[in-house]
Design a protein around this ligand. Structure first.
Ligand code: SF4
Length: 344
């Protein structure tokens, strides 16, 4: 394994995903495809956030482990390379249990209660009881994930910037209380804004597992074509002879992300002049998707379960070394040990 994964002088980046099962194209375009590009310019840590899954799915944990394996497989299929980045499972790295406890001590309740996604989920999720301590505290868990690696940047889309801001506030508060030899221990991470193109699901809403409108990275060609067939289109195009507008059509949005400029030009021309039908247009979109998915699915098929386990074990070891380095400084700063050298 390359030494530079731990001793790199490149800026450090950390990001994770919950183990929600097989990833869909929204996950891929919104996060994973960007992560793949970060692997060389940054020292990257990418993890599967199984502890986060527990904050909401504590009553039935049976899917967490199988989903963790699926996500790991999709990470690799999507192009993450364990030789160029560190891929690990959150619960396999024990400092992920320790730092949240320390940060939980200094985080005011009011900061957690005002988290936008906390209120939103409390109001919208009716099939789970989210009045638990763990769910309220998940931003502390998230802050710990980032701060454990003393990450310089966190790649996020526009809508997740608030989480990084809260992490910065928690780091500031920690640094106000505790220092090692007058030095701050937890650097404030910055947001690395990553492009996340608008990716509609088959019903036109944002692609999301909870809407049941996804196209999975693992969907075989016939399934992709079938899903595209049922996809909603510009509502103004009722008859074949009605002109439409790709800017008002979810299929048009898919073309903008996945099709070549030539195909996109044909879509605009053919749709606006009613020269093409929606079935033909959807066929072109399916062609483009299949082309993107084919190499991903080929890579996915090349990994055995034991290889995945080995990659995750190795990644967790490497992440553990980095995280433990931070914990030694944290314990020393909090005067729980005599020095940052690790005497407990
Ligand atoms: S032709 Fe294509 S872009 Fe136009 S409405 Fe039909 S599916 Fe949408």
């Amino acid at each position: 394994m390359p030494e530079n994964v731990i001793s790199s002088s490149r800026p450090r980046v950390l990001s994770g995903m919950r183990p929600t099962g097989k990833l869909h194209l929204g996950n891929y375009m919104g996060a994973l495809a960007n992560w793949v590009k970060l692997q060389d310019p940054y020292e990257c840590y990418f993890f599967i956030a199984d502890l986060h899954a527990l904050t909401t799915d504590y009553a039935d944990t049976s899917n967490i482990l199988p989903n963790t394996m699926e996500v790991a497989l999709d990470f690799l299929a999507g192009g993450l390379d364990p030789e160029r980045c560190t891929i690990f499972v959150q619960s396999h790295v024990k400092p992920h249990f320790e730092l949240p406890l320390f940060l939980g001590m200094i985080t005011p309740l009011s900061w957690l209660e005002r988290t936008p996604s906390y209120k939103e989920m409390q109001e919208n999720v009716s099939n789970k009881d989210l009045t638990n301590f763990g769910f309220l505290g998940y931003p502390v868990l998230m802050a710990s994930d980032i701060l454990l690696y003393q990450a310089d940047f966190v790649p996020v889309g526009q809508d997740q910037q608030a989480h990084v801001e809260l992490t910065r506030e928690i780091a500031r508060r920690f640094n106000q209380f505790y220092k090692v030899d007058g030095q701050e221990v937890l650097p404030e991470p910055k947001v690395l804004l990553t492009p996340s193109p608008k990716l509609p699901g088959t019903d036109g809403r944002k692609m999301s597992k909870s809407y049941g409108n996804t196209i999975l990275m693992t969907d075989p060609e016939p399934v992709v074509r079938q899903k595209l067939k049922t996809m909603v289109t510009d509502p103004a195009r009722i008859r074949r002879t009605d002109p439409g507008d790709p800017d008002k059509c979810p299929v048009g949005d898919l073309h903008k992300v996945f099709s070549t400029p030539e195909t996109l030009a044909n879509v605009y021309e053919g749709c606006r002049s009613a020269g093409i039908g929606c079935i033909q247009c959807k066929g072109w979109a399916a062609d483009a998707l299949v082309q993107v998915l084919a190499p991903i699915q080929e890579r996915r098929a090349s990994f055995s379960e034991s290889q995945i386990e080995e990659i995750l074990k190795d990644g967790s070891n490497r992440a553990g070394v980095r995280a433990e380095q931070t914990m030694r400084e944290v314990r020393a700063a909090m005067q729980l040990t005599s020095s940052a050298g690790g005497n407990r």
